[in-house]
Design a protein around this ligand. Structure first.
Ligand SMILES: [Zn+2]
Length: 319
């Protein structure tokens, strides 16, 4: 007969609401301190995944984000059941995250400049892109076009949502169409890839920004190891991380999370005219502000070459 002790067994696990184990260095991190450090391990620099709302809060000017279409809700058009019914998966994800689907979009300011922003949430069914995510990315792009403000999309996704079948795949075309229209209009599009950016999101809008940013060590790829090695008939080396993609030209800059906001603000400064009265003036005509300064200097040195400088300015916007 087992002996019953008068006290409860010692808990050998840390309570998960207080502590998080770092997968990088196995250190136990106090959650409050981790939140203060933007959920980056102070020991090894591991970037933890964060929710769409936390991401937006970290990036935009405080209190400036105005969410749009928060009530856009997915439907189970195919009556899809895998291990669980899709409707059950949706409901538990909605309860766990407080979101209707895996993306949040709206207008906000960064460094006083108005932007259109869409952020994905990996905690909602792996940040997978179904009809609602595709629609939100598209509406963010349409708002960027209508308001003539830059577009920022933060990806954090396992790819297309298989429970929505073909409807998910259609989002690749749809999101690429709006990104192309934004490009044609000369409006800057900054893509930020976070861990992970894979599958249909990688294969559509995530890697076609005017500037493609990534967080350190973020997993960025199209297919998983099994599919990729099955296709090329070879075992793959390490899973491709942001640093690998940067060395192969897919990623322009790898930026640690604590510097990300400043980095994007300075990029917007290169791509956009300065905001006036802190109100974030809409983009009247797309010009590089740095080029304007150079044009002003060269114009002052050679007053009769103004026309030529103007042409150079135009050329720069198309580059
Ligand atoms: Zn660590």
């Amino acid at each position: 007969m087992p002996v019953r002790l008068p006290f409860r067994p010692r808990r050998d696990a840390y309570p998960p609401d207080l502590w998080t184990k770092c997968p990088g260095c196995s250190e136990m991190l106090f959650n409050k301190q981790l939140d203060k450090a933007l959920r980056v391990c102070p020991g090894c620099g591991h970037h933890f995944r964060i929710s769409a709302r936390a991401r937006i809060e970290q990036l935009v000017d405080p209190g400036s984000f105005v969410e749009r279409d928060s009530d856009l809700t997915p439907v189970d058009a195919l009556g899809f059941v895998d291990l669980k019914a899709y409707t059950d998966r949706l409901l538990s994800a909605q309860l766990a995250t407080g979101l209707r689907d895996a993306a949040v979009w709206g207008l906000a300011r960064m460094g006083g400049r108005q932007i259109s922003l869409c952020a994905m949430d990996f905690f909602f069914i792996g940040g997978s892109m179904g009809s609602v995510v595709g629609e939100k990315v598209t509406r963010a792009g349409e708002a960027a076009l209508a308001e003539r403000v830059p577009l920022l999309i933060v990806s954090s996704s396992g790819g297309a949502r298989m429970q929505e079948g073909t409807f998910s795949l259609m989002q690749l075309v749809k999101t690429m169409s709006i990104v192309e229209r934004v490009r044609e209009a000369g409006i800057p599009y900054i893509s930020l890839m976070t861990d992970p950016t894979t599958g249909g999101v990688f294969a559509s809008f995530a890697v076609v920004g005017d500037v493609n940013l990534a967080e350190p060590n973020a997993l960025i790829r199209f297919a998983g190891d099994r599919v990729a090695s099955g296709t090329i008939g070879e075992e793959l080396p390490e899973p491709p991380r942001a640093e690998f993609l940067m060395s192969h030209g897919f990623v322009d800059r790898i930026v640690p999370r604590e510097q990300m906001r400043d980095e994007i603000i300075s990029l917007l400064g290169f791509l956009m005219p300065a905001p006036q009265n802190g109100q974030g003036e809409p983009l009247a005509s797309p010009t590089f502000s740095r080029r304007s300064i150079i044009s002003a200097i060269t114009g002052a040195l050679a007053p009769d070459s103004n026309g030529e400088n103007a042409t150079q300015g135009e050329g720069a916007t198309n580059g």
